[in-house]
Design a protein around this ligand. Structure first.
Ligand code: BGC
Length: 538
């Protein structure tokens, strides 16, 4: 097996460092806290951590507003701590990728301060300026609930500056070769420290051109290919993961031509359809989106996820589907944000262990490498009374002590309140009690991860639907070399008996997850599937 393709077999774990573990008791999670929890992540079965931005930042967008690309945010620790984190992670066979925010900086970044202070500064051209706010009118607004325009007025220098996200995040000007070179320098800095790659944030928006939606432009792809070339030549083996919230046909170009752009890309359109198909109790939506999902080349990989640190985005569904999703999953208007839903996995699936594990069965068995969002492995809740996406970024719940084992700081200094309701509070949901209970969600997730790891077919195999008349069943086969795995998911809340024609196989098929045997008789596999049951048969 080709081990340079490690990312195809890997299970990823997304961590917001501020939320994970506070080692110095200032109320903010930090890198040393992360180091203390590496054994936890390893035990869960994770192969690669993805760290949300850890750079110095005014934290107007939780670190996606960077004010210095070459350091660590002071409450998170120091560069030395970061190096130690890498060393300790690597010692345990864990890889670490970090967010790389190419598209914009904070308005507090010295480049932007210099740019607005003096129109003749060399940094003026690091950003996109205009006398008119009518330029690039075809570009959509992404943060619909807060921003009225992609142009912000700069009083100081009396021009508009371009921003695709918050007004406090001016877009960098990629038409300026100096900006292009700066970002390669930033990459080198972190790669030289030893990071294993980057999750590249918001990549569709790097360039702007009149008369276009300013997304996915050829110029953007050309620059991204430069980045990949740079990695291939100087840092082979490190990976690039694209955050491009687009339809499959628009994501495909990010994988490049013969592996000359990204190694991996998030599969945004399938994510809401996993929730849809569980709620509707049939596979139709999944079949539709898989039909639009082309197979990738050998060195590329989808990144699959159920939830992340943002709202559950509904950009990649029809308007009608969005309305339905909102009604079903976000009945309280406070649960909605922009074009999405700001809730966590467990509350979205009614805190129902079987539904959550069914969603995980799809996450871990469909083509791609899965990402787990911190806390979802124990079914953490959310807090919709908090602003923006903060409700899904609350402190990790390690135990049932008053600070949930997150921090010893007085509660008023903790960066966000720990979830404290009757269903998802620290007493009901925490790592310690779930580790002690073999029937907990944590154990189910861990078992699933460890089972998956034994079979490269999940990460590398072909995908094909199994012909099954009953639409409540999502059944498919994953094949890699001589490995064949039949996956059956009963999407519904009722029992279903299905019969699948199959060649007689001498021995039984065995469920990878439970060890139970299933026999083929008279060239037919007959399965009585209980509500929301999933089987991974080998
Ligand atoms: C990140 C968001 C962030 C935005 C702007 C994204 O797509 O996931 O959390 O607010 O980029 O950087």
């Amino acid at each position: 097996m080709d081990h340079t393709l490690w990312y195809k077999d890997a299970v990823f774990y997304e961590v917001y460092v501020r939320a994970f573990h506070d080692s110095d008791n200032d109320g903010h999670g930090d890198l040393r806290g992360m180091i203390e929890k590496l054994d936890y992540v390893k035990e869960l079965g994770v192969d690669c951590l993805w760290l949300l931005p850890i750079y110095p930042s005014p934290l107007k967008d939780d670190g996606y507003d960077i004010s210095n690309f070459y350091d660590v945010h002071p409450t998170y620790g120091t560069l030395d701590d970061f190096e130690e984190l890498l060393e300790e992670a690597h010692k345990r066979g864990l890889r670490v990728i970090m967010d790389l925010v190419l598209n914009h900086t904070s308005n507090m970044h010295p480049w932007f301060r210099a740019a607005r202070a003096n129109r003749n500064s060399i940094f003026r051209d690091y950003y996109v300026w205009s006398d008119s706010s009518l330029k690039y009118r075809d570009a959509r607004i992404i943060f619909l609930d807060t921003e009225e325009s992609n142009w912000g007025w700069d009083k100081k220098s009396e021009q508009y500056y371009w921003h695709r996200f918050y007004a406090s995040q001016p877009d960098l000007n990629y038409d300026n070769p100096a900006v292009q070179a700066e970002m390669l320098k930033v990459m080198s800095f972190w790669l030289d420290l030893g990071v294993d790659g980057f999750r590249a944030d918001a990549v569709p928006y790097l360039f702007e051109r009149e008369g276009t939606g300013c997304e996915n432009l050829p110029e953007t792809h050309a620059y991204l290919k430069e980045i990949r070339k740079f990695i291939n030549e100087r840092y082979p083996g490190r990976i690039l993961l694209a955050e491009a919230n687009q339809w499959p046909e628009d994501i495909i170009p990010y994988f490049g031509d013969g592996g000359d752009e990204f190694h991996m890309g998030f599969h945004f359109p399938i994510m809401p359809r996993i929730f849809m198909s569980i709620r509707k109790e049939h596979r139709t939506q999944l079949v539709w989106i898989m039909g639009r999902t082309p197979a990738l080349t050998e060195t590329n990989q989808w990144c699959m996820f159920l939830r992340n640190h943002d709202e559950l985005t509904l950009e990649m569904v029809t308007e009608e589907e969005r309305e339905w999703m909102w009604q079903e999953f976000a009945p309280d208007p406070r649960m909605r944000l922009n074009l999405g839903i700001r809730r966590r996995l467990a509350p979205l699936l009614d805190n129902d262990h079987r539904k959550i594990m069914l969603a995980n069965s799809l996450l871990f068995s469909l083509p791609g490498s899965p990402v787990i969002y911190y806390g979802d492995e124990i079914g953490m809740g959310d807090n919709i009374s908090l602003h923006d996406r903060n409700g899904v970024r609350t402190p990790m719940q390690w135990d049932d002590s008053s600070s949930a084992g997150f921090s010893k700081a007085p509660s008023q200094s903790v960066y966000l309140p720990i979830i404290d309701d009757d269903t998802y509070g620290r007493k009901q949901v925490n790592v310690k009690s779930q580790q002690d209970n073999p029937y907990s969600l944590w154990h189910s997730v861990r078992n699933m991860i460890h089972a998956r790891k034994k079979y490269p077919a999940f990460g590398r195999g072909d995908f094909q639907w199994i012909d099954c008349e009953n639409e409540a069943i999502a059944a498919y086969v994953r094949t890699y070399e001589d490995q064949v795995i039949y996956v059956f998911n009963n999407m519904s809340a009722s029992e279903h008996v299905i019969s699948i024609p199959m060649q007689d196989i001498p021995g039984p098929l065995t469920d990878i997850l439970t060890g139970k045997d299933y026999y083929i008789q008279d060239q037919t596999l007959t399965l009585k599937m209980s509500p929301r049951q999933y089987l991974w048969l080998v």
